[in-house]
Design a protein around this ligand. Structure first.
Ligand SMILES: [Zn+2]
Ligand SMILES: [Zn+2]
Length: 335
């Protein structure tokens, strides 16, 4: 495959771009034509990638970062383990030693001595890991910075498009009102960032956004990273009652969800509750829209512009967006 690009150097007569220079020390423009090759890249010809080889070089560059996905899963699991441990530790504080029998006291003291015996090692490892993780963090930030140089250019293009779309859009949705709820979430396991526009961790999070009763609504989310996502609508009181624990086996649980692993859950309809459908698949980076038609009592999931599933919802009761995430999810603002 040949490049359609023409060289912009004014005395190179719009020669065809042959490839790019990947020499680390080279300060000249990366794309080169036959003229550039002689003028700018003499002496490091071995670092010139022909256009035909470019795609495989790009793939190779990005491939090694696949490890990050596994690593993120590992970190999420660790974070869960830490939560569990800290919850247990906290619960020990409330033990009332005055009311303990002799054998309970014996057990309690043994437990604490067990903790004490590994305390030094735990603290030593925390210090070690904190240093290493800080080093790792600055590496990742470097990767992030070098990527955002490219992405800013994309953003400019996108915002141009956005203006054009908005003119056609008679009634833009106020998606800026949509934020993840600080109050209604699995408090220990879900963090909210970016002014409420991003949620990460493992567990349920709702949005502080009552679904309007007299109009059609579309809400958009992006599955940024992680293992799984389930999203849809819920009747607020049900997840609160169950303290955001899964109780989806039989209907009446208050949720209308589809999950990335193909499951669907309906509060109303046993025939589609806790059932698996091939067409339900949510991949990383997908944009998932919830289309809510209150008059028709319908909720439709649109994944990357394709309607994949519709279910009946009870619109006589209040409804809120709800997400069960293992990873990171964002609210998409492109109204
Ligand atoms: Zn040139
Ligand atoms: Zn060069």
């Amino acid at each position: 495959m040949m490049s359609q690009l023409k060289c912009q150097q004014h005395d190179h007569e719009e020669s065809q771009i042959l490839g790019v220079c990947i020499n680390e020390k080279c300060k000249n423009p990366r794309p080169y034509c036959i003229g550039c090759k002689v003028e700018f890249h003499k002496g490091h010809e071995n670092d010139l990638k022909q256009y035909g080889q470019l795609q495989s070089w790009i793939d190779q560059c990005l491939k090694s970062y696949q490890n990050l996905i596994n690593f993120q899963g590992f970190i999420l699991q660790l974070s869960n383990l830490l939560n569990e441990t800290m919850n247990l530790l906290n619960s020990q504080k409330d033990q009332d030693i005055d009311s303990m029998g002799i054998s309970k006291l014996e057990n309690f003291i043994k437990k604490l001595m067990g903790l004490q015996s590994i305390e030094k090692e735990v603290n030593f490892q925390i210090n070690n890991l904190t240093n290493e993780i800080n080093t790792f963090k600055s590496l990742i930030k470097t990767a992030l910075n070098s990527l955002s140089i490219i992405d800013n250019e994309n953003l400019e293009e996108k915002s141009l498009k956005k203006e054009q779309i908005q003119i056609q859009n008679i009634k833009p949705l106020k998606q800026d009102l949509l934020v993840f709820s600080e109050k209604y979430r699995a408090i220990q396991n879900i963090q909210i960032q970016n002014n409420g526009k991003q949620a990460s961790g493992v567990g349920y999070v709702l949005c502080d956004y009552l679904i309007p009763k007299n109009e059609e609504t579309i809400l958009k989310f992006k599955f940024v990273s992680g293992f799984s996502i389930a999203l849809g609508l819920c009747h607020l009181e049900k997840p609160i009652e169950s303290n955001y624990q899964d109780k989806l086996k039989s209907i009446g649980h208050g949720l209308y969800l589809i999950q990335s692993n193909s499951m669907s859950y309906s509060h109303l309809d046993a025939s589609i509750n806790n059932k698996s459908y091939k067409k339900i698949k949510i991949f990383l980076e997908s944009i998932i829209s919830l289309k809510i038609q209150t008059k028709q009592q319908l909720l439709t999931w649109i994944i990357n512009n394709e309607e994949i599933f519709t279910m009946k919802i009870d619109t006589t009761k209040d409804l809120y967006p709800i997400i069960d995430i293992c990873g990171v999810v964002e609210i998409v603002e492109d109204y």
